[in-house]
Design a protein around this ligand. Structure first.
Ligand code: 3PY
Length: 252
């Protein structure tokens, strides 16, 4: 049975005090619950060390939203994988479509980020997803396959087995539009097949593939019921416990 996961991507939201308070409230709500999935939160960089000091990692794991593609040195404004690891971070989101689009992160740069993250014991949550025009041209499968090929499919089997994949169709991010459960299942099955072709069925079957893109309390159950959807990477709905908790509880 592969790990089911619900991860909250806070993006650039919450002050430091609000972020720490949100984590404490979420932890309190989860403390005595038997959840069927692993819960991860991904606050902004600035919040990570403070959040780490109040989190019980057995209840909530901590992720960054990005990391540098270099080890260390003269890279003003960057945060390295080693720094994240030293602050108690265990996961890092890499290749979110907002980073690809607004900060021009390409496949080669993302491949370096994945490698550096793995080298410091971090688990990459590697994001893929097509634009609406790709889907309209029926090129969504090939676009996602290319993103995988460019950045994660040249890892060794041992390295790849530590990677989580998140499928986030760009047309569903921040738009209120969600992929239908069938669209999500079809893409997740395609991703798993692509992984299997490269690394074999065992590694493919053990890989958690999350759905992201306007996933919320009202659609999570239907999305997560699909055999190849192993949970969600949640944007806006992770910013309030009342909205995030029902998503965590959506597994049956
Ligand atoms: C969204 O749900 O909008 C996301 O981008 C999650 O990463």
């Amino acid at each position: 049975m592969r790990t089911k996961i619900v991860a909250g991507n806070w993006k650039m939201n919450k002050t430091l005090a609000e972020g720490v308070a949100l984590c404490k409230e979420l932890q309190e709500a989860l403390k005595d619950k038997k959840t069927l999935c692993k819960v991860i939160v991904a606050p902004p960089f600035l919040h990570l060390a403070s959040v780490a000091s109040v989190l019980d990692k057995g209840i909530i794991a901590l992720s960054a939203q990005n990391c540098a593609d270099q080890e260390s040195g003269a890279y003003t404004g960057e945060v390295s994988a080693a720094m994240l690891s030293s602050a108690g971070v265990s996961h890092v989101i890499i290749g979110h479509s907002e980073r690809r689009a607004y900060y021009h992160e390409d496949g080669a740069m993302l491949a370096r980020k994945v490698k550096v993250a793995l080298g410091h014991g971090l688990t990459p949550i590697f994001c893929v997803g097509e634009l609406l025009e790709d889907r309209d041209k029926e090129q969504h499968f090939s676009v996602v396959e290319k993103q995988l090929n460019e950045s994660v499919l040249s890892l060794s089997s041992e390295e790849f087995s530590r990677v989580i994949i998140a499928y986030e169709p760009v047309w569903a991010i921040g738009t209120g539009r969600t992929a239908t459960p069938q669209q999500a299942q079809d893409m997740h099955a395609h991703i798993r097949k692509t992984i299997s072709n490269k690394y074999g069925t065992e590694i493919a079957n053990n890989c958690s593939i999350l759905y992201g893109g306007s996933c919320n309390a009202s659609n999570a159950k239907e999305l997560f019921a699909n055999p190849d959807v192993d949970g969600g990477l949640i944007g806006g709905a992770s910013l309030e416990v009342a909205k995030f908790l029902p998503i965590i509880e959506a597994f049956e």
